[in-house]
Design a protein. Structure first.
Length: 530
């Protein structure tokens, strides 16, 4: 009998259908709630995405997973409630980013990087009645750390490869698979993702730190003999483990690559890596994949933006290319109560850091020593967020202003972000007030521990004297005035955290909770919406 390696992961859910993702150890037929799908093969790994259709709206269906007719989920010794597919209204959405794998899941001692906020939430949720469960989970990047493997994975790589290079770097699809197995195998996260519909997007560590920071960075990577294998495996594995589950059943059927993979006989790895090589090309439009996607939770809309793979790095640097931004503008239309813009990287940052990033972009574009120093600072200090792509920063500000000022404006427009290893809430203030309340909501990390110096830097970067000084320097450098103001409402907050949006009609509340050593969660911030 086949074995279940990973999953089930509940992915796209609407009023009458759901998709459930699994990884198995052999080719088989996967059954979920009376629906079946054959696995497809990548190397020696096997996957399936089961479309469960014909569901009743506003229902809660417990389900099992079978492989060739034999039940493999739930596990016999599980202490968690049965996994369920819930098609009712979405009132509570969880979000966060930057979840490093546990150094040693079997070590009962304190976790060196602190307790995992997502695990803590799963334990609490499992102990509560279903009516109190979260309805959706949004993961905003760094689901795996391909450039920072744990000691266990480093030993596994050494045993797999011997002395061959590169040391401490994953290269192949199978090696990426080991990262996902390590990150998604612990019981808490496995149960939570089996019963809470989950959307996700990559950030840099899913591929490599500073991914697509600049043209110089791409050239430096291209010079590495193993990089072409790495980027193909990174994007191919992302397509399998994360991307296809973001799509609706209809979108899947309209995707030629998905149909080809699903219907293929034998190994589809070469097909996926050829696709990944094209997806990595830096072109504005014409790519074989759009990683950005849209999710509608009733009258709440999530537009998740690819802020990594779609960058334009020559000429007028763009965080999001023209065709991708046109997609964002088109899908932002429509009457909703709340518009959520998912961006792994924050749009509104601490003021001093925002001005510094725009200054550094200008410096790095200069010839000679000034340009080289600007590039070194950009990579060393991770100066690659929206303000470091000044044209895109201003264009997103203008789009949000127009959406928030329209007669049918949402009650709130919230940009959901992570990456920066601290959490905060900032409110946007346009010269002409918008009808919508516009907020930047940041939650990072879920499970990581950056150097302690980061805490001092982030606190100081909100300070008015530092912001004023850097704004004056920006003025002297000819950088355009900010198209809006913004103010910190809460934060900065540090520690492993998870955020929740509790939405009801046109009102809501943002709640940030931080994991503590005793294993639970502590509320550190609450902000009413609007």
């Amino acid at each position: 009998m086949g074995q279940l390696i990973l999953g089930p992961v509940l992915r796209h859910v609407d009023a009458t259908s759901a998709t459930v993702w699994v990884e198995t150890d052999a080719a088989c037929e996967v059954g979920v709630a009376g629906r079946r799908a054959r696995t497809f093969q990548v190397g020696d790994q096997h996957f399936a995405l089961v479309v469960v259709d014909g569901l009743e709206p506003d229902s809660s269906l417990p389900y099992e997973v079978t492989l060739d007719g034999e039940k493999v989920w739930p596990e016999p010794e599980s202490v968690f409630p049965p996994s369920r597919i819930r098609t009712g209204p979405v009132g509570t959405l969880l979000f966060g980013s930057c979840r490093a794998a546990k150094t040693d899941p079997n070590d009962p001692g304190p976790d060196p990087i602190g307790p995992d906020a997502l695990d803590a939430y799963a334990r609490r949720m499992a102990a509560r009645p279903e009516r109190e469960w979260a309805d959706a989970l949004i993961l905003l990047g760094d689901q795996v750390y391909a450039d920072e493997p744990t000691e266990r994975v480093l030993k596994w790589l050494e045993a797999r490869r011997g002395d061959s290079e590169p040391k401490g770097e994953v290269v192949s699809f199978r090696e990426y698979g080991e990262l996902y197995r390590e990150s998604w195998s612990d019981p808490e996260i496995r149960w939570l993702m089996s019963t809470t519909q989950t959307s996700m997007i990559f950030d840099d560590h899913d591929v490599r730190d500073d991914w697509n920071t600049s043209r110089t960075w791409r050239e430096q990577m291209a010079a590495l003999p193993w990089w072409s294998r790495r980027i193909r495996a990174g994007l191919a594995s992302y397509w399998v483990y994360q991307h296809i589950g973001n799509l609706t059943p209809r979108e899947l059927e309209e995707l030629p690559l998905y149909r080809a993979v699903r219907d293929a006989e034998g190994d589809v790895g070469p097909m996926l890596e050829d696709f990944a090589a094209l997806a990595d090309l830096e072109v504005d439009g014409g790519k074989p994949a759009r990683w950005s996607f849209r999710r509608d939770f009733g009258r709440v809309r999530l537009l998740m933006i690819d802020t990594r793979s779609g960058r334009i790095l020559d000429g007028d640097r763009l965080m999001v290319g023209e065709s991708e931004f046109a997609w964002l503008e088109e899908n932002a239309r429509g009457e909703v109560d709340h518009l959520l813009i998912g961006s792994s990287l924050p749009w509104l940052m601490p003021h001093a850091l925002s001005h510094l990033q725009s200054l550094d972009e200008r410096a790095a574009a200069s010839p000679g020593l000034r340009g080289r120093l600007g590039e070194k600072l950009r990579q060393a200090a991770d100066l690659e967020h929206w303000p470091a792509f000044r044209a895109s920063f201003e264009r997103l500000a203008d789009l949000i202003r127009r959406l928030g000022s329209a007669p049918d404006a949402p009650s709130t427009i919230c940009v959901l972000s992570g990456d920066v290893h601290h959490s905060y809430v900032a409110r946007a203030d346009y010269p002409r007030p918008t009808r919508s309340t516009v907020l930047q909501l940041v939650c990072s990390p879920v499970h990581n521990d950056p150097p302690k110096i980061f805490r001092l830097v982030f606190r100081l970067s909100w300070a008015r004297p530092a912001a004023a000084l850097l704004r004056r320097l920006a003025d002297r450098a000819g950088i355009s005035p900010d198209p809006l103001g913004w103010s910190k409402v809460s934060g900065p907050h540090f520690g492993n955290s998870l955020a929740a949006l509790h939405l009801s009609g046109r009102t809501g509340r943002f709640v940030l909770e931080t994991a503590h050593a005793e294993g639970g969660l502590r509320v550190v911030a609450e902000v009413d919406l609007p």
